[in-house]
Design a binder for this molecule. Structure first.
Ligand SMILES: [Zn+2]
Length: 339
């Protein structure tokens, strides 16, 4: 069941929506902006519930009326969604939508139509949609979703109530993961940092097994410093195979871009500890002691070189498709730096 009170960290957007839909004349066009995973989809469903619940006073739906029950089970007939078919939302899709909007809602007071990735509307489609958006047939609410409103025609934007959804604060995401997804504090903190403001992404990170991969990769990087030469060669060849395109069939595995991302956080942590001497600012807090130990044994120059080495491999990835070879070379070069 999606309700306004489930949405976290978006008080302004939620208060605004609750206020405008409680008036006598409910506005019919909305533009939800913001990165993925910050509450736009939940808000669209919460809005559908709030305007259609037959016995609600709180803005969250009563949870008992037929509309609320249909919405909870995903069987509410007056909710529609249109999104890109291939690259674009095509003119035919908008024509079909325009026809559909002329019918009265089946069950509720309002039919709610959600346009996913509205920025993908072709120019023709957008122009054909303008009139609908200005004056849709009675009983219709249209919600456009987009990351950045600058990707839409100004004529579309100006016809909507604009509702920005902000990237979420790291602590807010961390708290949510601890409370609702059974994560421990340090894992939640880390996932929240990697997710960069998106709760949806943070939840995916926790579910993907990303954190297990991370553990293995940090162990590998830290272990590399003390590994005997012949073992390094063997390890590099092994990981080279694992990260070649063929070895990457399992989608749950992290890709080389993710590897370089994690290693950069480690090398930055090592540098921070080396320069500041304290661990308050480091990302990988669960490796605090080993990072302190390593930082004490290596020069800042080497650590800086290591960071830029990994960074350059991360950029190479964009043009070199041979990921296996890159992984192998990167490991060997890192080892050479540390010895
Ligand atoms: Zn209800």
């Amino acid at each position: 069941m999606k309700t306004f009170s489930q949405i976290i960290g978006q008080k302004r957007a939620v208060d605004f929506l609750k206020r405008v839909i409680s008036g006598d004349r409910v506005p019919h066009g909305y533009l939800f902006t913001g990165i993925n995973g910050v509450g736009k989809s939940t808000a669209a469903l919460a809005l559908a519930r709030a305007v259609n619940c037959t016995s609600d006073t709180t803005g969250d739906g009563c949870g008992r009326c037929i509309t609320c029950r249909q919405l909870s089970s995903g069987n509410f007939p007056d909710i529609m969604s249109v999104g890109p078919d291939g690259q674009n939302i095509k003119i035919e899709q908008i024509r079909e939508l325009n026809r559909g909007l002329n019918y009265k809602p089946v069950s509720g007071r309002f039919r709610v139509t959600i346009i996913e990735r509205a920025e993908t509307m072709s120019e023709e489609a957008a122009n054909s949609f303008l009139k609908t958006l200005e004056e849709p047939p009675q009983g219709n609410i249209i919600i456009l979703k987009v990351v950045d409103q600058r990707d839409l025609l100004p004529t579309i934007v100006s016809r909507c109530q604009r509702v920005p959804f902000n990237p979420l604060n790291r602590d807010v995401i961390k708290g949510y993961l601890v409370e609702h997804h059974n994560q421990d504090e340090s894992t939640a903190y880390l996932a929240a940092g990697i997710a960069d403001g998106s709760l949806g992404r943070a939840i995916e990170i926790c579910e993907e097994g990303f954190l297990d991969n991370r553990r293995e990769l940090i162990e590998l990087l830290i272990g590399l410093f003390d590994m005997p030469g012949d073992q390094v060669v063997e390890t590099a060849i092994g990981y080279g195979k694992k990260f070649s395109k063929k070895g990457q069939e399992d989608k749950s595995d992290i890709d080389l871009y993710g590897v370089t991302g994690i290693w950069k956080t480690c090398l930055r942590d090592l540098l921070l500890v080396k320069v500041n001497g304290n661990c308050d600012m480091i990302e990988n807090r669960d490796y605090r002691e080993r990072i302190q130990g390593l930082a004490a044994r290596h020069d800042a120059d080497k650590l800086i070189e290591g960071f830029f080495l990994v960074d350059s491999y991360q950029r190479d990835l964009l043009r070199n498709p041979n990921t296996g070879l890159l992984m192998e070379k990167m490991l060997l070069e890192l080892k050479m730096l540390s010895s």
